[in-house]
Design a protein around this ligand. Structure first.
Ligand code: ATP
Ligand code: MN
Length: 474
């Protein structure tokens, strides 16, 4: 019987998504997946819903009691069981689907005991599902999140590749420790019970694996600049790690960041790139994931599709930090953190601007130098730097970026003011010594993007295995 299998696409298996297409009616297929439901009919047959993650929907399998294992096996199938069906795609007479698979044979790979399988009930809470990260991808929600996350990653690579950006891999273990001081995870092979000490009592990192103190990266930017000042346009896309103790719905300890860096580019070009980039991602998801997006729109966040469409069709608002502070002061709102020129904008301020005032993405630029990193380009006023944050409704900051300081003397001044040792940044300063160029870049948080697109409330539910304070399961 297996010799007559047609439509062999995914390594001798036809994914559910293809069995749902009417153009495939009449084909004999090998269908594999996990049972979602089984309904038995008095007429001597059963309907089995099978899902394999290739699409949101399941396909209905018609299993008749003429199958030799109908009584002993088919009637034992419950949610979570895994099966293989050889059969033909036929037009479905039932409501709710246009095709179904009529089984010629059905093989059981493995049963799932209904007494112990944790996904029996519908409507289990997100909190509970987080405790079973190994099984939650089998739910509608987490399957959809995984597919949309994948589409976003594809869109990101397409965006940069089609514009000639070179994908650069920056290191995950880093030897430069000052960039995010205090927020980094240490990397060591020293015996924590017997730490070697120097004569003055400090830990002797010369005896450590790398002969110096090392950490997990918080950003690939510094190394990204090194490649941009040779290859012109580059991007990094990799995991980053932050040991900040932020127990919020928007922070993870391990998250993925996309960081383009562009030589011969200023803040204006940077903002333009960021806006085009986000619009491209949103548009690709709407075009390529309509079924999953309909689910999010109906079940998770009622306005997500409308919001994304609206964003794709209109220009982002651009205001300076000083204008933003002015708007907040005149808003008549009472904020938990009072507003004055010089403060770091809090989430409540960001959300007022993007959700209430403008109702669309807002790019805030030219921040006070004292609340931003040393490498951002100083403006003529001597008070502000060429920084920009892109804010979106519900999330707040989704992108942070800047034009970099390319003038050696100005950069050295700023480093001293920030109590950084220029000796430690010799390589970074070399980029300004030898053929320096204006350049700019930004970082987009992948999980905040997935969160925004899907409308999922907690960032821990848009990454397969979340890492957060006191949380590192699986
Ligand atoms: P926030 O103020 O929200 O903590 P940040 O200013 O520390 O963010 P950047 O250092 O500018 O963020 O990082 C660039 C982007 O990376 C942010 O705009 C955001 O999308 C994402 N990001 C930063 N920190 C986290 C985190 N802990 N978890 C998930 N994404 C993050
Ligand atoms: Mn942060």
């Amino acid at each position: 019987m297996t010799t007559s299998v047609e439509s062999v696409e995914t390594y001798t298996r036809t994914p559910v998504v293809d069995t749902l297409k009417t153009e495939n009616i009449g084909k004999i297929v090998r269908l594999c997946g996990w049972v979602r439901t089984r309904r038995d009919s008095k007429g001597g047959f059963s309907f089995i819903e099978v899902n394999d993650g290739s699409t949101f929907n399941s396909v209905q399998v018609l299993a008749e009691n003429t199958l030799p294992n109908y009584e002993n096996e088919v009637l034992k199938l419950g949610i979570g069981s895994s099966i293989e069906v050889i059969g033909s795609i036929v037009e479905s007479p039932g409501k709710g689907q246009t095709t179904e698979v009529k089984a010629q044979s059905l093989k059981v790979f493995g049963y799932a005991d209904p007494a112990t399988y944790p996904l029996q009930k519908k409507g289990t809470s997100m909190e509970f599902l987080r405790t079973i990260s190994h099984l939650r991808p089998r739910t509608n929600t987490f399957g959809a999140v995984a597919r949309v996350r994948n589409e976003i990653c594809k869109s990101i690579h397409n965006f940069f590749q089609s514009r000639g950006f070179v994908y650069v891999h920056t290191p995950i273990i880093t030897g430069s420790d000052a960039e995010g001081a205090g927020q980094m995870f240490k990397v060591t092979t020293l015996d924590l019970d017997k730490l070697p000490r120097t004569p003055d009592g400090a830990i002797d990192f010369e005896q450590d694996f790398f002969g110096k103190a090392t950490n997990l990266t918080v950003s690939g930017q510094l190394q990204g600049e090194m490649y941009a000042t040779a290859l012109s346009n580059i991007y990094t896309f990799g995991p980053t790690f932050r040991a900040e103790n932020s127990n919020t719905s928007r922070h993870l300890s391990e998250f993925w960041m996309i960081e383009p860096e562009m030589a011969f580019c200023d803040l204006e070009g940077n903002m333009q790139c960021a806006e085009e980039f986000l619009k491209t991602i949103f548009n690709d998801v709407l075009t390529n994931c309509p079924v999953d997006m309909n689910f999010f729109n109906e079940r998770i966040e009622k306005t997500t599709i409308e919001t994304l469409k609206h964003i794709c069709d209109s220009a982002f608002i651009r205001i300076s930090y000083t204008e933003a502070v002015d708007i907040l002061l005149k808003s008549g709102e009472t904020f938990e953190f009072p507003v004055s020129w010089g403060i770091d904008l809090q989430s409540e301020h960001e959300r007022y601007l993007t959700e209430k005032k403008f109702k669309k993405p807002v790019i805030v630029y030219d921040y006070p130098k004292d609340i931003k990193a040393f490498y951002m380009r100083l403006n003529e006023d001597g008070k502000t730097v060429r920084a920009m944050d892109v804010l979106v409704p519900k999330i707040g900051e989704i992108i942070g970026g800047s034009q970099r300081e390319e003038r050696l003397d100005k950069l050295e001044e700023r480093m001293k003011a920030c109590h950084l040792d220029p000796e430690e940044y010799g390589a970074y300063l070399d980029l300004r010594r030898f053929g320096t160029v204006p350049h700019a870049g930004f970082g987009l948080g992948l999980e905040r993007t997935v969160q925004f697109v899907t409308g999922m409330g907690n960032i821990r539910d848009v990454i397969p295995f979340p890492r957060a304070p006191k949380t590192a399961d699986f």
